[in-house]
Ligand binder design. Sequence first.
Ligand code: ARG
Length: 503
Amino acid sequence: MPGCIAGLFACVYRDGEVHTIEAWYNIAMKQYKHGMTGTHKARSGVFDEGAHDLLAQVNSSLAIDSFLARYDLLGSIAHAKMLGKTGIVSAKDSAKLVKGLNSILKDLDAGTLELPAEEDIHMAMEAALSDRIGAVAGKLHVARSRNDQVALDMQLFIIDASGKIVEEIGDLLETLARRAQKHIATVMPAYTHLQRAQPVLFSHHLMAYAFMFERDAARFESVRKNARKCPLGAGACTGTTFPIDREFVARELGFDSVTENSLDAVSSRDSHLEFLFAASVLQTHLSRLAEELILWSSHEFGFVRFSDKVTTGSSIMPQKRNLDGAELIRGKAGRAAGNLMSLLTAVKGLPMAYNKDLQEDKEPLLSGYRTAKDSAKLMTLMLEEMTIDDVAMRKATEAPGSFLLATELADYLASKGMAFREAHHLVGEAVKEATLLGVGLENFTPEDFARLSSLIEGDVYSWLNVDNAIERRSVPGGTSKSSVRAQIRTIRRRINALRKTRN
Ligand code: ARG
């Protein structure tokens, strides 16, 4: 029974079919069996009998690689045009191939394509074409191999998928910049070692993530750029004897150039690895932010609250408002890193040129794409649905026992000529004393300060103030309002630049 593939990334099941592992397995088994019988196109006359069911099952990839359907068709259309243009097939046959392939593309886009059961997406598409236009379909695969075909499909997927992730990151950056702008003056404690360290603007904290995500977008842009070499024409491994026009195919498909070495073209998975690396760094950044959202929304912090839309409940504890979305984003960092590891390990130690191990690239790539795209989108939604508690944040920043202004006092003494190391020690003693008294350093009297050091004068009190401590850090990249505003401007410029390169 053929599955129904609706849209680009739809699974192979018919609508409404139960998506269990068993259902997947049963459908796949039927496809494998069918795919490995006498009608199977990849089994030439060299075989007398069909393959064992178990090999058929392990060997088949249709249940997974059907997400390549659109790219496979686009690649075949360009190839069929080139075959006609170079006279490798007649103009009439080329036109028939292109027309047939376009009609499959139309059904694919309409969500009505019935995928014939074959070993993989490439064989399934050839079978679909032969169902529509008959024996002439057999002319499509001249001067091409599934090895360069799959390399092409994946390259097109990676270019497309990277662009889509960049778009999601663009939205995320915009939300971060907007929220930072709106809460420009909200103060909170900056933490090191998860201990309160110094006062910081909440907007500065948000912009820290914006710069991480901006680098992620740049990484995906570079993946896109590096993938713009067309591998078609490499054949099985050594090129082809037919007078193909590789540049024409490359231009038709929007590539910048063609790959330079046929063995490399069919056996390298650099773009895949770069994509998975970019995806796992992005997921790591998303995971760090997710972790903070979970902490901040806890009763212990109470800095933010999330709307019902992005909050989940408990089946037993009625009071619970859990942040499952953030936890899943954090959890999926393991999956993202695993995807990279699984492909790195599969590629390591492969002799030239194509080996079937490379079929194992599909699952990590598809999972990497979906995970990155969905997680970035969900993070944007969560940030939009977050309410800030300015009062709670300020309270944590000014709490006497937190001593967030201790560095200010040390800096004050250093600015009056004391060696910083000495000031650091002296303020440590002051903190010890203040802790015993249960007060903050700003509560010391002029006499307390005089006992500490003769360098301390009345102006010390203006240093021991959260807002002043923040504003004094107007160094580029610092936490003052003017610095954060400059950061927001920088990110907005980069969002615009990203959008321009995309269009
Ligand atoms: N399904 C295969 C893959 O994804 C296509 C290439 C098959 N090539 C071969 N020589 N068996 O890698």
